[in-house]
Design a protein. Structure first.
Length: 112
């Protein structure tokens, strides 16, 4: 993991427990949500072949977010990322090699 690529500041917004929608994604009042961060991260738009490799069949703005592993911080699909004035819904979050070195998240841009 190259630190020089992590140029963006992100904040993880944890979904309140009482706002889970029927599809498993958080909905409702995010004003009471807790946050973790800010963290340095690499945020980049996914290319068409990456979307295809993810078995996606529709076009939308998707991003891959990489950040250093943070002890005590849990990230799941109900959470969101704020990146400047943008909000990204987390579709998938993982520690790719299981060595607690980095988080890799696939996100889509949240639009009201």
């Amino acid at each position: 993991m190259r630190a020089g690529l992590m140029r963006q500041r992100i904040t993880i917004v944890h979904a309140p427990d009482d706002v889970e929608g029927s599809m498993g994604y958080a909905t409702g009042d995010w004003d009471s949500a807790s946050t973790s961060g800010p963290f340095w991260a690499e945020v980049r738009a996914m290319q068409g072949r990456e979307l295809e490799a993810s078995q996606q069949t529709w076009a939308e703005a998707r991003f891959k977010v990489r950040m250093r592993y943070q002890p005590g911080v849990t990230i799941n699909r109900k959470d969101r990322i704020t990146w400047g004035s943008r909000t990204l819904d987390i579709l998938d979050a993982e520690d790719p090699d299981g060595r607690k070195r980095e988080f890799v998240m696939v996100c889509k841009e949240y639009v009201d």
